[in-house]
Design a binder for this molecule. Structure first.
Ligand SMILES: [Zn+2]
Length: 292
């Protein structure tokens, strides 16, 4: 499955705020999520464009024509339209085009679920007066592209969505990046400081559990694995907490050993987290230090 490019579409914007409640404007979070994704896909070397990167109004027509203009109307283009929901529900949904299968949508929901959001459903929606057509223009007017609408949560949820949107939107955006990479066979590397690990040749659940001070049972639980078999390139979540790091600025006289000692960790761990290939440090260099 080739990939020509990814178009990220922050829903709404400008005079159209989308859903609004609890100090959340859909257009703002759609933009935050989209910009995060854009940066990450760039980092991973994937061709990517945004339909808007500021708070501007775009008509459906303008949006569709932008999308078609970026990478064309082929099947090898993924369109990700980011939205928040309203209607007092709770959880995430993905809507996919009538011409597509639900494979990508399911992967997206599975990854978002790993970040603590509940997955409601992935589905298709037809135009009531012309059921051979998609209900949403983002599907209908982007001829062969693989187009998904992602609703990350409800702005007016009586449950935990409001806090989740505010606190975890980046985690959900990263979850979508992982899902797309997995779907298209793109080499995924987790952002520094995150608790994700990409399986390499020779790894086993046992060796990974050992390396990160966890257990096979916990790894299987977090990643919902039913067997012990791993595949090279598979991405595993290592722990529940992704915030147990501090940033340390190297000063004169520091060595990896002295820093590891100071923070009760190991040279090996610091090198791993910071992807260091040598033991040399430079004054002023920022290092992530595990604090648990
Ligand atoms: Zn929306």
């Amino acid at each position: 499955m080739a990939l020509k490019g990814i178009v990220i579409d922050p829903g709404h914007g400008g005079s159209d705020p989308g859903a609004v409640a609890n100090n959340i404007k859909e257009k703002d979070y759609a933009l935050l999520i989209s910009k995060y994704m854009y940066d990450r896909f760039k980092e991973l070397g994937v061709p990517v464009r945004l339909t808007r990167d500021t708070d501007i109004s775009l008509s459906p027509k303008q949006r569709a024509s932008k999308i078609k203009g970026f990478f064309g109307t082929g099947k090898d283009v993924i369109v990700i339209s980011n939205h928040l929901n309203a209607g007092k529900g709770d959880g995430a949904e993905v809507i996919y085009a009538l011409r597509n299968t639900g494979t990508l949508s399911k992967k997206i929901l599975d990854e978002i679920e790993k970040e603590g959001q509940n997955a409601r459903k992935y589905y298709q929606l037809r135009l009531p007066n012309n059921p051979i057509k998609d209900y949403y223009f983002i599907h209908r007017d982007t001829p062969n592209n693989e187009a998904v609408i992602i609703e990350y949560g409800f702005v007016d949820s009586p449950k935990d969505d409001v806090e989740q949107i505010k606190n975890d939107y980046k985690k959900y955006a990263e979850a979508v990046v992982r899902a797309v990479c997995n779907y298209k066979g793109i080499k995924y590397t987790a952002p520094i400081g995150s608790n994700y690990y990409t399986v390499k040749k020779g790894d086993s659940l046992w060796s990974i559990a050992n390396k990160y001070g966890t257990t096979i049972k916990k790894l299987k639980e977090i990643n919902k694995l039913s067997s012990d078999l791993l595949q090279i390139g598979q991405v595993l979540k290592i722990g529940d907490n992704t915030d147990n790091y501090l940033m340390y600025k190297v000063v004169k006289g520091d060595s990896l050993w002295s820093i590891a000692n100071k923070y009760k960790t190991t040279v090996k761990k610091i090198k791993e987290i910071n992807k260091l290939s040598s033991d040399l440090l430079q004054i002023g260099q920022n290092l992530l230090i595990p604090t648990n």
